[in-house]
Design a protein around this ligand. Structure first.
Ligand code: C5P
Length: 230
């Protein structure tokens, strides 16, 4: 089953990540490994998660010259990951190199892009010479991602309707900032419930602390799974 929930493994080392993973179920979630865990635990840990049956989203947001990014994407594909990502700000040639590195096989990993980091304010954008509004920049970068053959973008669920409207239903939207109605918001600002995010057009939900910090992570995962399956 193509489960919609991607649990963010935001842990400092393999053993703390594994103690959570052992409580989860690959039938109802995927896993996201980001820069912190990957840097600490390395590629063998990613392969371990894959061998346990989990689809893994390798969230390393590659951004470099096209050749280097292409080679990094090929190396990630060799780990057996389900999804990986790059920065759309790396430009068209870099996006094409990343996409070309994954080939055309039906079971190739999905490749998505980060448009504009949600941590960037308009002031931050001006500082680096970007004159667009954040919404225009996101749409422009998502279009660039799509015309270069990538599968989708990471975005907030608030941006999902406008992106689906402009880029079509097949372009995949992966959304963090998800909070079940009963969960704490923490440091996220604009949050949506899992059901509302899917209704807004999200294809996959990245969920961290509402599951990883729950007293019983499996029950938290199951509760969200049931809520969105209904
Ligand atoms: O714990 P929480 O559910 O907030 O975790 C969300 C995950 O999604 C974290 O790994 C965070 O780095 C990531 N993320 C995010 N907002 C973005 C991009 C990624 O929260 N714009």
């Amino acid at each position: 089953m193509d489960t919609k929930i991607i649990v963010a493994l935001d842990y400092p080392d393999a053993s703390s990540a594994l103690s959570l993973v052992q409580q989860l179920d690959p039938e109802i979630c995927k896993l996201k490994v980001g820069k912190q865990l990957f840097t600490a635990a390395g590629p063998r840990f990613v392969e371990d998660l894959v061998s346990r049956g989990y689809p893994v989203f390798l969230d390393l947001k590659f951004h470099d010259i096209p050749t280097t990014v292409g080679l990094a994407c090929a190396a990630a594909a060799n780990l057996g990951v389900w999804m990986m990502n790059v920065h759309a700000l790396g430009g068209g040639a870099m996006l094409r190199a990343a996409r070309a590195a994954l080939g055309e096989a039906g079971d190739r990993p999905k490749l998505i892009a980060v448009t504009l980091l949600t941590s960037m304010s308009e002031t931050d954008m001006r500082e680096i010479g970007l004159q667009d509004s954040p919404q225009d920049a996101v749409l422009k970068l998502a279009r660039l991602t799509q015309i270069n053959g990538l599968d989708g973008v990471v975005c907030s669920a608030q941006e999902a309707p406008i992106l689906k409207q402009n880029l079509g239903a097949a372009f995949q939207l992966i959304t963090p900032g998800i909070r079940p109605a009963s969960a704490e918001i923490g440091d996220q600002h604009r949050v949506m419930t899992p059901v509302a995010a899917l209704a807004a057009g999200s294809d996959y939900l990245v969920i961290g602390r509402p599951i990883t910090h729950a007293a019983n992570p499996l029950s938290a995962l199951l509760a969200i799974h049931q809520e969105i399956s209904q």
